[in-house]
Ligand binder design. Structure first.
Ligand SMILES: Nc1ncnc2c1ncn2[C@@H]1O[C@H](COP(=O)(O)OP(=O)(O)O)[C@@H](O)[C@H]1O
Ligand SMILES: O=P(O)(O)OC[C@H]1O[C@@](CO)(OP(=O)(O)O)[C@@H](O)[C@@H]1O
Length: 718
C-alpha cells in the first residue's frame, strides 16, 4: 500500500487502523472490541471498550485519526459475547503500545482463552500512517463516495494470507470432495475439451469455391485434430464458425475506415460521430480515447495506412498458423475486422491433401509454381478483394520463405495496404521435434497417413527442402519473433514499425508465450444485491455466497496444490474481495479494471425499476446491449477496452491465475479466449458458483467447467 509522505509538521495526524482476522469468531458469536489507556478508548474500562466493525467475512476493523503528538497509548483487544456483553475475554499477553510519528504495519497474533482447554488465535494488524491535511481531505472524500469506512484507508492493493487456519467445524459442509472431476459440467459447444487445428478455422478460399472446385475436398482435408490420438478427443458436434458467424463488429480506432465519413462544415465532436455513424452509416461509434484518434484522422487525414496486411514468414512448424490465429482472435476481440487466410487450406483444396515431400522441393518447378499460384495469386487476391469491401486487417499465413515470394506479395499490395512481415524463428531442437510431431498429428496433410512415424519422416523431408531455399526477412517492415516459446529468454526484433495498430501488435506478441498454465475464471459468490435483484452496487455476500467462497477456497487449494505459485485477481468491489478471502497461500491482487460494468444512473436499480422508471434506456439497451452505454456509466465495448491490459497480463503470466470478477467483465474476458464474436458477448452465460478453467498450452486454448453448487441468480439476464 502506498504510504503517505510525512512532513512531520505540526499539522500532521496519525491514522491508526487495527484489524483482526479469524474465521471462527463469527460462529462463536463473539464481538471483538478494543480498550486502552486513553479516555477515548475507555481508560481500561471494558464496559467502555470500542466495538470493532466487521469489514469482511472474517475481518474486523477499527480505525481512527489521532493528533500526531499524542502520548503513548496502550491498548488491548477483548471479546464480548453478543448475547451478554457484561462478560468479556481479554487477550493474553502484555499491553500493545501505540507510539506516534511513524508509518508502520505490525502483525502479531492475539490469543484469547475461551475455556481452560480451548483458546482462539487471531491475526492482528496494527497500521499507523502519518497523514497530511491533504491526505485527510482525500480520505474523507473517498469515504463519502464509497460510504465504506474500511476502504478509506487500510485496504492493501496486494494481500496475502499465508497460514492455514483451522477450519471451523461448520465449514465442513462447504468442503469439497477430493475428486474434482465430480464437479465437471459440459462446456459451451465451440470450445470443448479438445482443440481444433487453427488452420481449419481460417477463411474458406472463396476464389477456389467460386470457380466450381468441389468443396468436398476441403471438407475431407479439414479433418479433426488428433487423428492419431484416441477418439475421445473428437470434435464431433464442435462448431466451425461460418464466415458470417466469424464476422467481427467494426470499431473504428483511428486506423481509418473507408466507412467513416468526413462531416462537412460541422463541428466535429465524439457525439456527432456517434450519431452520424450510427444513424447514417449503421456502424458503432469509436469508444473512449480511441475516438480522439478517429476525430483527428477525420480532420487531418489518417496518419497511417488504412489497411494492414500481416504476412507470416518462417519454416514449417515454427508456429506461424498458431501465431496468426492468436493475433486474429486478439484483433477481432478489440473490434478490428480481421481475417486469417491460410495458404495451406488453398493448396489442399486445389491440389489435394496427399502431396508428398517432393511437391515442396525447391527445384520442383511445377511444385513451386503451383504453390506460388495458391499462396500469392489466390489467397492474396481474396484478401485484397475482401479489404476493398471494407476489411481492415488481413493475415496471410504461409511460409513466404523466399525473397521473390515476398516481393510478389509486396507488388500486389502496392498502393492498397501496408505490409508487415512477422517471422517466427525457433532454434530449440526439442521444441521443433515436439512441433513436428504435433503438426503430423493435427495437419489434414497427414489425415490419411496411418503410419505416424512415416508421416514424421515425410514432414522432416519437406522441412529440409524449405531450409535449402529459406531467406530470412531483412526487407520492409518486420517483426521477428525469436524463440518466443517459454516467455523466458526469447526476443522480438522489430524494424520500421510505426502506427497505432502495428504498435499494439508488437506489444501483444512480446507478451505471448506457450508455457502451459490454467486460468480459472469465476464470478463472486452470490451477493446481497444479487438476492435483491439489484444491478451494480458494492454489497457483500449472502450466506449462500459465503458458502461458495469457502468451497472455492477448497477448490483452489486442491486444483492448484501441485503448482509452485499462482495468483488470485479480484476487482476492487467487496463481493469479489470477500469471495477470495478464504483462499490461503496465494497473493491476491485487486484490479480496478476488473470492476463490474458501471451501470451509471441505473446503478442499484432492479431491471424492473429500470424498465418502469427509465423505459427509453431499457429499450435502447435491449436493442443493442453491446454498444449501449448507461448514462454516466459504461457499455460492453467500454468494458472490453479497459480489459485489454488484463488480457495482456493473462497472456504474459506463466503461473496459474484465478480471476474472481463479475458477469459483464467475465463475459468480455471469456469472449477473448473462446473467440466469440463481439455481438455475442452480452449474451454469454457466466453462471454464479461455476468455475471456467481455460487451459492455455501448446495446442491453443481448451475449456473445462466446474459447478461447485447451485445458485439462484435473480439478476441474471433480462
Ligand atoms: N513462436 C513459436 N515458436 C515455436 N513454436 C511455436 C511458436 N508458436 C507456436 N508454436 C508451436 O508450434 C506448433 C506448430 O505450429 P503451427 O502454427 O502449426 O506451425 P507452422 O504454421 O509454422 O507450420 C504449435 O502447435 C505450437 O505448439
Ligand atoms: O449486462 P447485464 O446482463 O445487465 O449483466 C451485468 C450485471 O450483472 C451483475 C448482476 O446482475 O453483475 P455481478 O456479477 O457483479 O453481480 C450486475 O451487477 C451487472 O450490472
Amino acid at each position: 500500500m502506498a504510504t503517505a509522505a510525512s512532513s512531520g509538521g505540526v499539522s500532521d495526524h496519525q491514522y491508526v487502523s487495527v484489524k483482526l482476522e479469524s474465521s471462527r469468531l463469527a460462529a462463536l458469536d463473539l464481538a471483538p472490541h478494543l480498550f486502552g489507556s486513553h479516555p477515548a478508548a475507555g481508560s481500561w474500562d471494558p464496559t467502555k471498550a470500542l466495538p470493532m466493525e466487521r469489514a469482511a467475512a472474517a475481518i474486523w476493523e477499527l480505525s481512527c485519526v489521532l493528533p500526531s503528538r499524542h502520548e503513548t497509548l496502550d491498548f488491548k483487544l477483548l471479546l464480548k459475547p453478543k448475547a451478554d456483553s457484561s462478560e468479556c475475554i481479554v487477550e493474553e499477553g502484555p499491553n500493545r503500545p501505540l507510539g506516534c510519528g511513524s508509518n508502520q504495519v505490525e502483525m502479531t497474533d492475539a490469543v484469547f482463552k475461551l475455556t481452560e482447554k480451548d483458546s482462539l488465535e487471531c491475526k492482528v494488524w496494527v497500521e499507523t500512517e502519518m497523514l497530511s491535511p491533504f491526505d485527510l481531505a482525500a480520505s474523507w472524500k473517498a469515504h463519502q463516495e464509497n460510504l465504506q469506512p474500511s476502504r478509506v484507508r487500510g485496504t492493501y492493493d496486494v494481500v496475502m494470507n499465508t497460514e492455514t487456519e483451522a477450519r471451523d467445524e461448520n465449514d465442513f459442509a462447504s468442503g469439497l470432495e477430493l475428486d474434482l472431476e465430480k464437479y465437471v459440467v459440459p462446456t459451451t459447444p465451440n470450445m470443448g475439451s479438445g482443440v481444433v487445428y487453427a488452420a481449419n478455422l481460417t477463411e474458406n478460399p472463396r476464389s477456389l469455391l467460386d470457380t466450381g472446385i468441389s468443396p468436398n475436398n476441403l471438407i475431407k482435408g479439414d479433418a479433426p485434430l488428433n487423428h492419431y490420438a484416441n477418439t475421445k478427443k473428437d470434435v464431433d458436434g464442435r462448431h466451425t464458425p461460418s464466415q458470417e458467424e466469424q464476422k467481427a463488429v467494426f470499431v473504428d480506432r483511428g486506423v481509418g475506415s473507408p466507412r467513416f465519413a468526413r462531416p462537412t462544415n460541422e463541428t466535429v465532436s465524439t457525439s456527432n460521430i456517434k450519431q452520424d455513424s450510427e444513424a447514417k452509416l449503421g456502424m458503432p461509434a469509436a469508444e473512449g480515447a480511441v475516438a480522439a484518434a478517429a476525430v483527428a484522422d477525420q480532420m487531418y487525414g489518417p496518419k497511417e495506412d488504412r489497411k494492414l496486411v500481416i504476412v507470416l514468414v518462417g519454416l514449417p512448424a515454427r508456429g506461424k498458423t498458431f501465431t496468426a490465429a492468436k493475433l486474429t482472435r486478439y484483433l477481432r476481440w478489440l473490434g478490428h475486422e480481421t481475417k486469417h487466410f491460410n495458404v495451406g487450406k488453398y493448396r489442399r483444396l486445389k491440389h489435394g491433401t496427399n502431396q508428398t515431400a517432393d511437391f515442396f522441393r525447391g527445384d520442383n518447378k511445377e511444385g513451386v509454381e503451383a504453390r506460388n499460384e495458391v499462396g500469392a495469386a489466390l489467397a492474396m487476391e481474396d484478401m485484397l478483394s475482401w479489404m476493398e469491401e471494407g476489411g481492415q486487417v488481413g493475415i496471410c499465413d504461409a511460409t513466404n520463405s523466399t525473397r521473390s515470394r515476398r516481393n510478389m506479395l509486396m507488388k500486389m499490395a502496392e498502393g492498397k495496404c501496408k505490409i508487415i512481415f512477422v517471422e517466427t524463428i525457433c532454434n530449440d531442437q526439442d521444441v521443433l521435434e515436439r512441433n513436428i510431431r504435433l503438426k503430423v498429428q493435427q495437419s489434414p496433410d497427414y489425415a490419411e497417413q496411418t503410419d505416424f512415424e512415416a508421416g514424421v519422416r515425410d514432414f522432416k523431408e519437406r522441412l529440409a527442402y524449405y531450409e535449402k531455399v529459406y531467406e530470412p526477412v531483412d526487407e520492409g517492415s518486420y517483426i521477428k519473433m525469436i524463440d518466443m516459446v517459454s516467455g523466458n529468454g526469447g526476443q522480438l526484433q522489430i524494424n520500421n514499425i510505426s502506427g497505432y495498430l502495428p504498435g499494439r501488435i508488437v506489444f501483444f506478441l512480446v507478451n505471448c508465450h506457450l508455457t502451459p498454465r490454467p486460468i480459472l475464471l469465476t464470478r463472486h459468490g452470490e451477493s446481497l444485491d444479487n438476492v435483491r435483484g439489484r444491478i451494480g452496487g458494492d454489497s457483500s455476500l449472502s450466506e449462500v455466497g459465503e458458502v461458495y467462497s469457502r468451497k472455492l477456497a477448497s477448490f483452489v487449494e486442491k486444483r492448484l496444490k501441485s503448482e509452485r505459485t499462482a495468483s488470485i485477481w479480484t476487482s476492487t468491489l467487496q463481493r469479489t474481495i470477500l469471495t477470495a478471502q478464504p483462499i490461503i497461500g496465494f497473493p491476491k491482487i485487486q484490479w480496478r479494471a476488473l470492476d463490474e460494468i458501471n451501470a451509471g444512473v441505473c446503478d442499484g436499480m432492479t431491471y424492473d425499476e429500470v424498465k418502469k422508471n427509465k423505459p427509453e434506456e431499457y429499450e435502447s439497451r435491449r436493442k443493442d446491449k453491446l454498444r449501449y452505454r448507461y448514462p454516466r456509466g459504461e457499455s460492453y465495448l467500454d468494458v472490453i477496452q479497459r480489459l485489454e491490459p488484463v488480457i495482456i497480463e493473462l497472456e504474459r503470466q506463466r503461473a496459474p491465475v484465478v480471476v474472481i470478477a463479475h458477469q459483464a467483465v467475465l463475459r468480455s474476458l471469456y469472449a477473448y479466449f473462446a473467440d466469440k464474436p463481439l455481438e455475442e458477448v452480452p449474451k454469454i452465460e457466466i453462471p454464479l458458483h461455476t468455475i471456467i478453467e481455460i487451459k492455455m498450452g501448446v495446442t491453443g486454448v481448451e475449456e473445462k467447467r466446474y459447478k461447485l453448487m447451485d445458485a439462484v441468480n435473480p439478476t441474471a439476464e433480462v
